[in-house]
Design a binder for this molecule. Structure first.
Ligand code: F6R
Length: 617
């Protein structure tokens, strides 16, 4: 969580840092701050609130000139979001300044030690402890900043991406990472450098970037270049400069009111991009190098264990149905946060699939490390190229959703399901668990999904009308069976996170084991009742709701009449195979939560308390 940005070069640093922080606000937005060096003075401005609040504040507080600076947008871990706890933090001498994304777990003992040596602290943060520890080391050992950072980091336990500089030597910035991402953008002739949590803040300035690996630090010197070292043993690491493929348009709103709406509408393209070059319908094959190269591991696996969090976990639940149904491989789906701490039985004959949009989720990363330490083969399904989870996996397949900036995940979910469906189909074919004609039929239907998502998106105005009717309720229920049970969970999560209305997802048949007690004439219940998915059983569930006066919003297959007669509202999706139906039924649920949140005037792209990338456990 938290976004960090830095600049050192010939341009004014302020606008670059502010615009960069805005692009990273998805990572955290409860407070923001900036430190600029203008050649003589170090100027710091920081505030509780968003980057826009920081702009207002810095307007009054500082002159916005300077060619070296660092900025931060925060998602609070230690200390409430307030002005004092906001980053950047200064050392006691006022010379050193730091921004930090992560958590220093042993900060309390380090703080006591520093207090006993006369250091004082303004904030409740772990970060202020770290910068004073660096200062203490620098003085005691009489070393340069880079060395002091290195010695200090060897004393801390936790996770970090940091940028530090010394106002008495402003031509040098020191960065380091462990568990939190950090990219360095390199300008022509090394006459400018950018530092950021991801590359989006510097895309318009340079396409050349270096991504630090865990346990690495870099000393960046104006016009002199970058030196990367291992934090532990000081060994030098080769600097590998990558050329970025990302474009600026991909990270802008493109005429939509919100990133979430743009991303919902991008799904036809995102799904096509995800299966392009992998789904070869005419040849009737699926080509995925990561699966092909490890086919034996998959086919000899005792079982597949899927680890993920949040929406990605829901995609994992859909995958459980697909893998078991089509490929006949036993699957378990685990919350990464539970898996990593419950001493799971796991060994070399297990395959672990880790699903993560960001590729940075701390719990999922830790679950991978645990699985690998037990000898399991780990396959990553990530959206962000080069992310920590992608790198930590033995093999993997990217979803090609493009950048997802809205905090509520939408296109990541459908593209994850697309990749997982391709893998399941490929394995089903290799195992002979699916007939050739059934396989071809699946390929054809999957290829048609983007067009059908396009159709489903046409219900937008109708969904907005339904949203207007129910926007003021306090509770929602979402029900689905089989493949659409995880979609019910996902629909409820989407509503909760952006509208703050309480919502629960349930398998439709479980309703009578408890949630039915909640149903009265005030309770809207979204029921996914597609034609092929245990349709008659779901219709019976709808009748049970109806007789208790619940309000029914049915998600139905085009042309449905039976549910239409029973429900208060129906939203149609095109017909497809049951195994592919989550790719369509999830669309109206995304739009419903979006419209309710907008009608309630909530901050759709940056819901309270949330952050896009959960790099803390
Ligand atoms: C919900 C949402 C979160 C994420 C979860 C995992 O809309 O975005 O629940 O799905 O934090 O994130 P990733 O997929 O990046 O590991």
């Amino acid at each position: 969580m938290c976004g960090i940005v830095g600049y050192m070069g010939y341009r004014e640093a302020y606008p670059i840092i502010i615009e960069g922080l805005k692009r990273l606000e998805y990572r955290g937005y409860d407070s923001a701050g900036i430190a600029l060096f203008d050649g003589t003075n170090l100027k710091v401005s920081k505030t509780k609130g968003k980057v826009a609040d920081l702009e207002d504040r810095s307007e009054k507080e500082i002159t916005k000139t300077g060619h070296v600076g660092i900025g931060h947008t925060r998602w609070a871990t230690h200390g409430v979001p307030n002005d004092v706890n906001s980053h950047p933090h200064l050392s006691n001498s006022g010379d050193l300044v730091i921004i930090h994304n992560g958590i220093i777990e042993n900060y309390e003992s380090l703080k006591q030690e520093l207090i006993s040596r006369g250091y004082t602290f303004q904030s409740d943060t772990d970060t202020e402890v770290l910068i004073n520890l660096i200062e203490d080391v620098k003085k005691k050992e009489n070393v340069k900043l880079g060395k002091a950072v290195q010695i200090a980091l060897n004393q801390v336990i936790g996770a970090y991406a940091i940028a530090v500089f010394d106002k008495t030597k402003p031509e040098e910035v020191v960065v380091a990472r462990l568990g939190s991402p950090l990219a360095i953008g390199i300008g022509a002739n090394e006459n400018e450098f950018f530092i950021a949590s991801d590359a989006s803040p510097f895309l318009e300035y340079t396409k050349n970037a270096v991504y630090l690996e865990d346990e690495e630090m870099a000393v960046i010197r104006f016009k002199k270049g970058i030196k990367i070292r291992k934090i532990k043993d000081d060994s030098l690491v080769d600097t590998y400069v990558q050329e970025l493929q990302l474009n600026l348009e991909e990270i802008e709103k493109g005429g939509y009111d919100h990133f979430m709406l743009k991303e919902i509408h991008e799904q036809p393209k995102a799904i096509t991009d995800t299966y392009r070059g992998r789904l070869l319908r005419r040849e009737a094959i699926i080509k995925m190098a990561g699966v092909e190269d490890n086919m034996k591991k998959f086919l000899n696996a005792n079982r597949i264990i899927i680890v993920a969090c949040g929406t990605s976990w829901h995609a994992g639940l859909v995958a459980e149905y697909i893998f078991e149904d089509l490929a006949r491989i036993p699957v378990e789906v685990e919350y990464a946060s539970e898996f990593r701490y419950r001493n799971p039985v796991i060994n070399e004959s297990d395959v672990v699939i880790a699903i993560s949009q960001s590729g940075e989720t701390a719990d999922t990363l830790a679950a991978i490390k645990l699985a690998k330490s037990k000898g399991a083969f780990v396959f990553g399904v990530c959206n962000v190229v080069g992310s920590s989870i992608a790198r930590a996996s033995d093999a993997g397949a990217y979803t090609h959703a493009g950048p997802e900036i809205g905090v509520a995940s939408t296109k990541a979910f459908t593209t994850q399901i697309t990749v997982l469906t391709l893998i399941a189909l490929r394995l089903a074919r290799a195992k002979g668990a699916i007939t050739s004609s059934d396989f071809r039929h699946h390929l054809l239907e999957l290829e048609m999904i983007p067009q059908k998502v396009e159709e489903a998106l046409k219900s937008d105005a109708h969904i907005k009308m339904v949203a207007d009717i129910y926007k003021d309720v306090s509770n929602f229920l979402y029900l689905g069976r089989g493949y659409n049970f995880p979609v019910a969970l996902e629909g409820a999560l989407k509503l909760k996170e952006i509208s703050y209305i309480h919502a629960e997802g349930y398998p439709a048949a479980e309703m009578k084991h408890g949630p039915i007690a909640l149903i009265d004439e005030n309770m809207p219940i979204v029921v996914i009742a597609t034609k092929k998915g245990h349709y008659e059983k779901v219709v019976s569930n709808i009748q049970e709701i109806k007789s208790r006066k619940g309000k029914i919003i049915g998600i139905v297959t085009e042309g449905d009449t039976q549910v239409r007669d029973l429900a208060d509202h129906v939203i149609e999706v095109p017909e497809t195979l049951e195994s592919l139906s989550p790719l369509l039924t999830t669309i109206p649920l995304q739009l419903l939560s979006y419209h309710i949140a907008v009608l309630l005037d909530k901050n759709v792209d940056q819901p309270r308390n949330l952050a896009k990338s959960v790099t803390v456990e």
